[in-house]
Design a protein around this ligand. Structure first.
Ligand SMILES: [Zn+2]
Length: 230
């Protein structure tokens, strides 16, 4: 699909969304900063969290809420797990309007998730996308230990993580089950990050144009530190 056609379709979607739910769309680049600057802001925020020097909640007062009611310019899109111990706004010490967060068990990317990433990247102009996995992830653990079909719709999550779990089992052969689970969590975050451009023409186009950067990362449940994966 040609980029003009893609942009046209997104514009139609954005207009429809705005009309339906009254969303105000930001016209500037996501807070006007680069992907590297956005990543640095996340790293700095995580350092504050690790050191218990958080200050973002003080920036979530009525004044901030009032300003943001008119529109948003989040500078980063974060796709993370739904795990209650890994809320991105808290572990990166971010205030209202700063990060566009998509959460789903196992931080996997189905069409609904991809659509959310496309919307924030294309229309809110967020320059950075981070796929955030984490230590001792329940979804990854269930996939690594899966015997037969998982119950209900959980199977869809297991299926999405399965390729990464298979790779991890081969890569970390001979290691303990716990180590294989960590290996799979890292592999899954990396694979989902790589999949964003494979599964989304809009994301691929924005990466090619240098408008967005995608990184994968992993959160440590014990010390709260986020490590950028290479
Ligand atoms: Zn998880």
């Amino acid at each position: 699909m040609k980029s003009s056609k893609v942009a046209g379709r997104i514009a139609v979607l954005a207009t429809a969304l705005a009309a339906t739910v009254g969303i105000a769309f930001a016209s500037g680049a996501g807070a006007g900063i680069s992907a590297d600057e956005a990543l640095q802001k996340l790293v700095d925020g995580n350092n504050r969290y690790v050191e218990s020097k958080m200050h973002a909640s003080a920036l979530c007062d009525a004044t901030a809420r009032g300003k943001l009611a008119k529109g948003q310019q989040p500078y980063a899109i974060i796709l993370s797990c739904s795990d209650s111990r890994v809320p991105p706004e808290i572990v990166f010490d971010q205030a209202l309007g700063e990060v566009f967060v998509i959460r789903v068990a196992g931080n996997v990317a189905d069409p609904l998730v991809l659509g959310s990433v496309e919307y924030a990247a294309e229309h809110l102009k967020s320059p950075l996308v981070m796929v955030l996995g984490h230590e001792r992830c329940g979804a990854v653990t269930a996939t690594v230990g899966a015997k037969g079909k998982a119950e209900g719709n959980i199977e869809a999550i297991v299926k999405a993580i399965e390729p990464a779990a298979k790779k991890a089992k081969a890569k970390c052969k001979g290691k303990s089950k716990e180590e294989i689970i960590e290996c799979a969590a890292e592999q899954n975050a990396k694979d989902v990050a790589a999949d964003l451009t494979k599964k989304s023409k809009i994301v691929a186009h924005l990466v090619k144009e240098g408008k967005i950067k995608i990184v994968s990362a992993k959160y440590d449940l014990d010390d709260g530190k986020v490590t950028i994966l290479k």
